[in-house]
Ligand binder design. Structure first.
Ligand code: FES
Ligand code: FES
Length: 169
């Protein structure tokens, strides 16, 4: 039997898209299977690990818990949307430089959680970084390098703002 699934529209990484899929299909699966955005990873599949984190309407969500129908009309950002015109996001640069990118499973979710944190709090303390990434698990317990990567990105951004202010004087 051919089933005609309803149209679900949303914006993904600033591009409009439309899918025809079962409305209760997990956003995680729609991203990976239908939109071929494989950067978002599945860890636990139960909302516990944060590997599948994406940003939806400015909030960090576990895409394994979001039925795609809830994404109707939403603006979604995945890890593929962090780089701009092939230039890595400062967080991605710092994860590379500071050894925060240790495995392919947790890193995309960590990056999205860190992007969310820095947008809300551009100058977080180490304690705030720990708290901001508390929903994201690193199973190999390499948390320190991840936290240091986020701190480095925040420090870099702060220095560049200060530099610009100095030039403007
Ligand atoms: S896979 Fe979604 S929270 Fe773990
Ligand atoms: S670095 Fe990914 S699970 Fe530890």
């Amino acid at each position: 039997m051919n089933v005609c699934w309803p149209k679900i529209r949303f914006t993904i990484n600033n591009e409009a898209c439309e899918v025809h899929v079962p409305p209760m299909k997990r956003l995680l699966d729609v991203l990976r299977e239908d939109l071929h955005l494989n950067g978002t990873k599945e860890g636990c599949g139960e909302g516990e690990c944060g590997s599948c984190s994406v940003r939806m309407n400015g909030e960090l969500v576990n895409s394994c818990l979001v039925p795609v129908l809830q994404a109707e009309g939403a603006e979604i950002q995945t890890v593929e949307g962090l780089a701009t015109n092939g230039i890595l996001h400062p967080l991605q640069e710092c994860f590379l430089a500071c050894g925060g990118a240790q495995c392919g499973i947790c890193t995309p979710g960590m990056l999205m959680a860190a992007a969310q944190l820095l947008e809300r709090n551009p100058n977080p303390s180490m304690a705030e970084i720990r708290e901001g990434l508390a929903g994201n698990l690193c199973r190999c317990t390499g948390f320190m390098r991840i936290f240091e990567s986020v701190l480095a990105a925040a420090t870099q951004a702060e220095n560049s703002v200060a530099e610009k202010a100095n030039h403007a004087r």
